[in-house]
Design a protein around this ligand. Structure first.
Ligand code: NAD
Ligand code: WQD
Length: 336
């Protein structure tokens, strides 16, 4: 009776592993450290006082996955492993299709072979493309505006097809909005192997003096201050969403938005970060980034009704926790 966590050494996976262990679950973790570090596993053990089995393996490697299922009584899978950088997916689409789509299909095949048919999958608000209005509900039209988004959309469809072919599958697709923040201990957080692309890691770099300034991508959007509005969600709330999803697993393919239901602009995030942490965040106003929606924030009420889950933390805590983690580590590479 163990939960397999793919990508469990990563940002969202590590927080979820810690919560699963704290809830008394037995977990097995598989990761290839493509975008994470082995020390994260030790930190999870230290924070929870619990041990777990780990396999360093690629989910595209069917032999390795077979072995993991052979050696463990896995009843559910929480599937985080994948690539997530939008711009990189435009440059290297095949790499994204292989890891995110092919990797998931290998995982599903092995799960099927071992009669393990309960899956929680990391989808993304990116499947809404550029939403026509806000807040975004789960029944909005889906589209992809970049290869990364397309991989998420394809996996969502693959899951639906799989369930159509075999009704024994219980699949929950969690569409995350913008995950930020870190574990309250300051020991787990977002620690990417490379140059970050998302707003919060870039704010952290600017605050730490690792980059001269942050570029705000456009201030001429039809929003109150002209900058884009997003639904930032604390990674600990997101992790709790996975526990709720596992506890409320039901027949069919279920889809939930995981967001706070509140949107904040880029300038509001920067100003809040400065205020709560007492640091400066140098920035300049730059041009728009292609493919950005003016506003994207969720209606998370379905998850509230059906999973009994709602986000608890506000952006102040997200900013404080993110900075605590970044200040403890010197992991951020300097951009030249
Ligand atoms: P992350 O890169 O920190 O974690 C992913 C983990 O998976 C890493 O530890 C990486 O080493 C591992 N991994 C990647 N490919 C693998 C493979 N083939 N085999 C084994 N391990 C592999 O990313 P994250 O932010 O924790 O995201 C987790 C999931 O959530 C991803 O699927 C991502 O697309 C999705 N998601 C993330 C965000 C976000 O903004 N962080 C938003 C929406 C959805
Ligand atoms: C947030 C806001 C930028 C960088 C992406 C993916 C989405 C999901 C979450 C995985 C935007 C602005 C950013 C910068 C800026 N990931 N910004 N200067 O684009 O909402 O979503 O991450 O699934 O799929 O698309 O997040 O953090 O990149 O940007 O002004 O240097 O910050 O324009 O308005 P985004 P983000």
């Amino acid at each position: 009776m163990a939960v397999l966590v793919t990508g469990g050494a990563g940002y969202i996976g590590s927080h979820t592993c810690a919560k699963l262990l704290n809830c008394g679950k037995e977990i097995i973790v598989v990761d290839n450290f493509n975008n994470s570090k082995p020390k994260v596993l030790e930190i999870i053990k230290e924070l929870t006082g619990r041990d777990f089995k780990f396999y360093e393996a690629d989910i595209c490697d069917k032999t390795a996955l077979n072995r993991i299922f052979e050696e463990n009584g896995i009843t559910e899978v929480v599937h985080f492993a994948g690539y997530k950088a939008v711009a990189e997916s435009v440059r290297k689409p095949l790499m994204y299709y292989r890891n995110n789509v092919y990797g998931t299909s290998v995982l599903l095949e092995v799960m099927s072979d071992y009669n393990c048919k309960k899956l929680v999958f990391s989808s993304s608000a990116t499947v809404y493309g550029i939403p026509e209005r806000v807040p975004v509900t789960e029944d909005f039209p889906l589209s992809a505006i970049n290869p990364y988004g397309r991989t998420k959309l394809i996996v969502e469809k693959m899951c639906a097809d799989l369930h159509d072919s075999d009704n024994d599958w219980n699949i929950t697709l969690l569409r995350y909005f913008n995950p930020v923040g870190a574990h309250e201990s300051g020991k787990l957080g977002e620690d990417p192997n490379g140059i970050p692309n998302n707003l919060m890691p870039i704010i952290l770099q600017a605050a730490a003096g690792k980059i001269p300034q942050l570029s705000v991508c456009g201030n001429d959007y039809p929003t109150p201050d002209g900058t884009c509005i997003r639904d930032y969600i604390h990674v600990e709330d997101l992790a709790a969403g996975h526990i709720a999803a596992l506890e409320h697993m039901k027949d069919g393919v279920q889809v939930y938005n995981l967001g706070t239901g509140r949107g904040y602009s880029v300038l509001e995030m920067i100003e809040t970060f400065k205020r709560v942490n007492g640091v400066s965040v140098p920035y300049e106003i730059a041009g728009r980034r292609p493919g950005d929606a003016a506003e994207c924030w969720s209606d998370p009420s379905k998850a509230g009704r059906e999973l009994g889950w709602e986000a608890e933390s506000g952006i102040e805590k997200m900013c404080v926790d993110a900075w605590r983690f970044a200040s403890r580590t010197s992991q951020f590479p300097t951009i030249k």
